[in-house]
Design a protein around this ligand. Structure first.
Ligand SMILES: C[S@@+](CC[C@H](N)C(=O)[O-])C[C@H]1O[C@@H](n2cnc3c(N)ncnc32)[C@H](O)[C@@H]1O
Length: 276
């Protein structure tokens, strides 16, 4: 088992570290004990200095984002969705942390090196999924659709897609490829929750230190879109974006100063939900 301390896989450790920190708070927004296990294992193998540079300024954002997507999946569950696909799953533990009705299948797709680290930690923790969890080692810039179908994803059933923190890492229009694939595999009644970045972030001086830190761990952001609603809409998805200054979303984790900065600054990215 090797910790992905460089390359895009390292970014999964960044998010797990943020979730572990959230898990230790008395007012935590979610319970994620496995995040602690991932972090402990990663720390055994490396000092994770570069990972920390990225995590520190983003910690509250990752917590807010995680809670928002938890709630989004709970809504899909309440509406009867029993097929979930998490693309770029990283060290996501929703297959263990959320209560899934019997018969729910949760597919997790990510690069093989991420699962080479993740699976032994889960096994050592003795954690049991609350659903039928299916791991799909695949590259979202290549033939991931076929891999999901081979793994048993049923395109005749509505799917709840989760695409959290991954589209920006995909090269050469592979973000468009993911959207096209998700659209093809989505039966009526499917929904998508995810995140993408704006083209503007690449020239934004405020974002530059974080982009540099990501480049230093070999995980540069490569893709962005001009307008998320238009991007999703062109593929037939109705969408809404999240307002981080909404108390129901930020749970008091973003300071009033930062909220004003977010409201006044350029759009750097979007958390979205979409329906077909
Ligand atoms: C920032 S992490 C987010 C992980 C997870 N969604 C979460 O929020 O915990 C980005 C993830 O995208 C995955 N990823 C990046 N490029 C990928 C690709 N081409 N194919 C599959 N997964 C990829 C990385 O391996 C990493 O696990």
């Amino acid at each position: 088992m090797r910790t992905p301390t460089a390359g895009v896989g390292a970014t999964a450790v960044v998010v797990a570290a943020a979730r572990a920190a959230e898990n230790r708070r008395p007012d935590r927004l979610f319970h994620d004990p496995l995040a602690e296990r991932f972090l402990a294992e990663a720390c055994k193998q490396s000092t994770l200095e570069a990972v920390e540079v990225v995590r520190h300024p983003m910690e509250h954002y990752f917590a807010i984002r995680t809670r928002f997507f938890d709630d989004s999946l709970r809504r899909a569950r309440a509406q009867g969705c029993r097929q979930v696909a998490v693309l770029g799953a990283g060290l996501d533990t929703r297959a263990f942390r959320l209560d899934w009705p019997p018969g729910t299948r949760v597919f997790e797709a990510d690069l093989p090196e991420v699962f080479a680290f993740k699976e032994p930690v889960i096994e050592a923790a003795g954690a049991e999924p609350t659903c039928d969890r299916i791991v799909v080692a695949t590259d979202l810039a290549a033939d991931w659709e076929a891999a999901l179908l081979r793994a048993g994803l049923d395109p005749g059933l509505p799917t709840a897609w989760l695409i959290e923190g991954v589209l920006c890492y995909l090269p050469d229009k592979a973000d468009d490829g993911v959207l096209a694939g998700v659209t093809r595999l989505s039966a009526p009644g499917s929904r998508m929750a995810g995140e993408h970045v704006s083209h503007r972030v690449f020239t934004d001086p405020v974002a530059r230190p974080m982009l540099d830190a990501l480049e230093s761990v070999g995980a540069p952001w490569l893709s962005g879109v001009e307008d998320i609603g238009a991007w999703l809409g062109a593929s037939g998805w109705h969408s809404e974006t999240v307002d981080l200054t909404d108390p129901a979303v930020h749970h008091g984790r973003i300071t009033p100063v930062d909220r004003r900065r977010i409201a006044a600054g350029p759009t750097r990215g979007w958390i979205f939900q979409a329906w077909n």
